[in-house]
Design a protein around this ligand. Structure first.
Ligand SMILES: CC(C)(COP(=O)(O)OP(=O)(O)OC[C@H]1O[C@@H](n2cnc3c(N)ncnc32)[C@H](O)[C@@H]1OP(=O)(O)O)[C@@H](O)C(=O)NCCC(=O)NCCS
Length: 197
C-alpha cells in the first residue's frame, strides 16, 4: 500500500470519501449554516480543483484515504470509515510531512474542528501540538465561512519517520511474520516512489 498522486479516476470516489468523512466528523460540531453548504456537489467541485495536489492511498478509482497540502498547511487528511484505525492515516501523515519538508516548510499547521476528538487524538499521537483556538475563513461555494478551530502545529525534523514511529501510530501495518500480508504491504511501501519511512 503506497501513497501516490491522485489520478482522474479517483475524483468521484475521493469527493465522496471526503464528503462522507466530513459528515462523520463535523456534522454535530459545526454551525448548520456551514453544514448546509457542504453538499456532495461542493466536494466534487473542490476535489476537482485540488486533485493535482492530492495524494491518495489505495487502488486507483477506489482510494481509501488522501491528504491535501496547501502551502504550509496540511489542509485535509481523510481515511474512509472502514479503513480507520488500521494505520493508513499514519502512512498519509508520514507522506504529508515528508512533502512539507521537501517544500521547505519547517513548521506546518492544520485546522481541526473544535470537538473532533478522534482527529485531535490522532494529531497528538503524530506529534502535532494544539497551539491555540482561532477563527479562520473556511472555503464554501462562492466565498468563505468564518469558523473557530483548534490550530495544531508541528516542528518537523529533517529525519524521516522510522518504521517504529509508523507502527506506533498504526500497529496493524507493522511488518509481521515473513511472507505475511503485512510484509507484503511493507515491501510495496519500499517500492513506492515516495520515501515514507
Ligand atoms: C482523522 C483520521 C484521519 C484519523 O485516522 P484514524 O485511522 O481514525 O486514526 P487512528 O485510529 O490511528 O487514531 C485515532 C485515535 O483516536 C481514538 N479515538 C477513536 N474514536 C475517538 C473518539 N470518539 N474520541 C477520541 N478519540 C477517539 C482512537 O482510539 C485512536 O487513538 P489510540 O490509538 O490512542 O487508541 C480519521 O479518523 C478520519 O478520516 N476521520 C474523519 C475525517 C476527519 O476528521 N479528518 C480530519 C479533519 S481535521
Amino acid at each position: 500500500m503506497s501513497i501516490r498522486a491522485a489520478q482522474t479516476p479517483d475524483l468521484g470516489p475521493l469527493a465522496r470519501l471526503w464528503w462522507q468523512g466530513w459528515r462523520d466528523a463535523h456534522l454535530p460540531l459545526v454551525p448548520k449554516a456551514l453544514a448546509n453548504r457542504r453538499t456532495l456537489d461542493s466536494f466534487i467541485v473542490r476535489m476537482a480543483l485540488a486533485l493535482p495536489h492530492v495524494r491518495a492511498v489505495g487502488p486507483v478509482g477506489a482510494p481509501l484515504g488522501f491528504h491535501l497540502i496547501k502551502e504550509n498547511e496540511l489542509n485535509q487528511l481523510y481515511v474512509e470509515e472502514e479503513s480507520r484505525g488500521a494505520g493508513i492515516a499514519a502512512l498519509l501523515m508520514a507522506d504529508a510531512e515528508d512533502r512539507l519538508l521537501e517544500a521547505g516548510v519547517k513548521t506546518p499547521w492544520l485546522a481541526c474542528a473544535i470537538g473532533n476528538t478522534r482527529a485531535a487524538r490522532f494529531y497528538q499521537k503524530a506529534g502535532w501540538v494544539l497551539t491555540r483556538t482561532e477563527t479562520i475563513p473556511t472555503e464554501i461555494p462562492g466565498g468563505w465561512y468564518p469558523l473557530k478551530i483548534w490550530r495544531y502545529e508541528k516542528r518537523l525534523s529533517a529525519r524521516p519517520w522510522t518504521w517504529l514511529e509508523i507502527e506506533q501510530l498504526g500497529p496493524r501495518l507493522s511488518p509481521a511474520e515473513p511472507g505475511g500480508q503485512a510484509e507484503d504491504r511493507r515491501a510495496h511501501l519500499f517500492r513506492a516512489p515516495r520515501t515514507i519511512m
